[in-house]
Design a protein around this ligand. Structure first.
Ligand code: 3PG
Length: 210
């Protein structure tokens, strides 16, 4: 596995989580985010176009580190890697996915929501996780509490993260980056409002840069 996912997340600071309905919107969206200063993206498999969008961004926008989200099965993990995703995230961590991660050509970032799940992921040999849904679970206080007993676990919290609260997450020593849909919400993508998305990306990049 050549990509250092912790390094990528640390440098990114903010990971826009996007759901794209039309493959035609994938490349303009990636370019709009890049223009705002963000160079990593999580394209979810929540839409039928998701996989093709990953493929398009990987092929046409090489400066964008494209990750796949909502990876729910080993088959999903294989498919997104074949499509050109550089990393993959899941809202959870099934035993099957943790086994598949061992032989995956790209880093897999499982989702966790409890100390036991963090321990299962660590036991599988992974130290980078998505905390989901972060705000409902307790937000930065959850991360602070887990840092003591499970300090080797590093997180990308998503779910309820916004420009207003992102700082509090990034201040925790076990947070690499934050993720969220607020930068490129589905209605702005569907409207093709690339200037608005660039403005949101620029606001996040300037407010949250290290
Ligand atoms: C995710 O998949 O990471 C979340 O759906 C993002 O949650 P948000 O819409 O609260 O940012």
């Amino acid at each position: 596995m050549s990509l250092d996912i912790q390094d990528l997340f640390r440098r990114a600071r903010v990971l826009p989580v996007v759901s794209i309905e039309s493959v035609n919107d994938a490349v303009p969206l990636a370019k709009a985010l890049l223009a705002g200063g963000l160079n990593a993206i999580e394209v979810t498999l929540r839409t039928t176009a998701g996989l093709a969008c990953i493929e398009a961004i990987a092929a046409v926008v090489p400066d964008m580190a494209v990750g796949a989200g909502t990876v729910l099965s080993p088959a999903d993990l294989r498919a997104v890697a074949a499509a050109g995703a550089q990393f993959a995230l899941s809202p959870g961590a099934t035993p099957e996915l943790l086994v598949a991660a061992r032989t995956s050509p790209i880093p897999f970032v499982p989702g966790v929501a409890s100390a036991s799940e963090v321990m299962a992921v660590l036991a599988a040999g992974l130290t980078t996780m998505k905390l989901f849904p972060a705000a409902i679970l307790g937000g930065p206080a959850w991360l602070k509490a887990l840092h003591g007993p499970l300090g080797q676990a590093m997180f990308c919290p998503t779910g309820g993260v916004s420009l207003d609260n992102a700082h509090a997450y990034l201040a925790e020593p076990n947070v690499l980056c934050v993720g969220g849909t607020w930068i490129a919400p589905s209605d702005l993508i569907a409207a093709g409002d690339w200037p608005a998305i660039t403005a949101r990306a620029a606001a996040a990049a300037s407010a949250l840069s290290a």
